[in-house]
Design a protein around this ligand. Structure first.
Ligand code: NAD
Length: 360
């Protein structure tokens, strides 16, 4: 008999989106939620008409009804919180980034092997409508042979620096923001081997005491010679309110080209190889599904898509992707990108993994 999965949510800032997702989904039940901030727990419970919360993560993990933990705490805490959930016998949905470097990667791999539970990385951008459409076209071969990709995440995110952890050790625009664009590149080029790039820490970032680069451009190459151009900009004004997409992914292949992005929820494609002229699809009717709260800062529809994908894959006995191995590979690419910025040289991902003695 079909049994709904039961979710416990840790961290109730962005965790608000997955609460909404679970409550609206026919595949999920919301078991309980947890945040150190009792007032926030009370506000979220009141907003959604639920009443089970705790400020103690241990108590959430001890709840036998909960089978899956959604981790939505600050980036620097994900590895710890995910491992605690695995050890408590729970499956894990961990928001991006899986971790802020490879320091805990081997421990994570060991922990998952010992516990045998699933770990899925919530790379939410894969689950927006235009990007789902683009992936379907890619998988049916409409692009012909993929030659190159361009991915970007461009947004003026200075508002993010109001969060206390955004200026603490381990925070970077790369791990918190650019990872969306890096993950999209890695989705299409899963064997990225060599990276090279440039980055600048603008005076706007430095004004907040941050010395990490906020303007970033990279080239990521795979062994077959295909490449992706990945761009990000986080502390200077952008055009994203009007003519520029915030997240975008363009694929260029021998048989056609496509470009998907949001927040405009737009998909452009042209597949002359199939006789398909240029086409523009807008998903305006889906706007209320994706953007459920005030403004467009939270986008719960992506989360509903990915928790439902997660549940269906597990029910079918398959591994939801990106899984831990794929997540760690993307973090290895991120480390290679950082190294390229600091050395000014191109860096091989296989060498980063070998140096860390990580086998995937
Ligand atoms: N599109 C996306 O996938 C997306 C979007 C936004 C944020 N995120 C991710 O979500 C995570 C949270 O970001 P945010 O903007 O909500 O930050 P936030 O600071 O608003 O929320 C984090 C919450 O975690 C709580 N917390 C911290 N340590 C805890 C602990 N030990 N036990 C219980 N609660 C604890 C804090 O009290 C806080 O309420 C980040 O990793 C961020 O990268 C993902």
């Amino acid at each position: 008999m079909f049994k709904k999965r039961v979710l416990g949510v840790l961290g109730l800032g962005e965790g608000r989106s997955i609460m909404s997702a679970a409550l609206k989904s026919e595949l999920w039940e919301l078991g309980a939620v947890c945040d150190l901030d009792r007032g926030l727990c009370e506000r979220r419970c009141a907003e959604f008409g639920v009443d089970r919360y705790t400020t103690d993560y241990g108590e959430l993990l001890a709840d036998p009804e909960i089978d899956t933990i959604g981790v939505y705490t600050p980036d620097q805490l994900h590895a710890d919180h995910a491992m605690r959930a695995l050890r408590a016998g729970k499956d894990v949905i961990c928001t991006k980034p899986l971790a802020v470097g490879l320091d805990r990667a081997r421990e994570l791999l060991d922990c998952q092997r010992e516990t045998g539970r699933a770990l899925f990385v919530g790379q939410s951008s894969r689950f927006f409508e235009p990007l789902i459409r683009q992936r379907a076209d890619f998988e049916r071969g409409a692009h012909g042979e993929l030659v190159s990709a361009e991915t970007s995440y461009v947004t003026d995110a200075r508002w993010f620096l109001a969060k206390n952890w955004s200026r603490a050790a381990g925070f970077s625009w790369m791990y918190n923001f650019l990872i969306h664009a890096v993950d999209l590149a890695a989705w299409y080029l899963p064997e990225i081997e060599e990276v090279y790039g440039a980055g600048a820490a603008s005076a706007n970032s430095r004004a907040y005491g941050l010395s990490v680069p906020d303007a970033l451009s990279f080239i990521l190459k795979d062994a077959a010679g295909r490449f992706a151009v990945v761009r990000g900009s986080y502390a200077t004004p952008t055009l994203s309110g009007g003519s520029e997409q915030s997240i975008s992914c363009t694929l260029r292949g021998t048989g056609g080209v496509s470009s998907a992005g949001y927040p405009k929820l737009q998909y452009l494609s042209s597949f002359p190889g199939e006789g398909t002229p240029e086409r523009m699809e807008l998903f305006r009717d889906r706007h209320p599904y994706y953007f459920r709260f005030e403004g467009e800062s939270h986008h719960a529809g992506e989360y509903q898509n990915y928790i439902e994908y997660f549940a269906r894959r597990l029910d079918a006995g398959e591994t939801p992707k990106p899984d831990l191995r794929e997540g760690i590979r993307t973090i290895a690419v991120m480390e290679a990108l950082s190294e390229s910025l600091s050395t000014g040289k191109s860096v091989r991902v296989s060498e980063v993994l070998a140096r860390r003695e990580i086998e995937l």
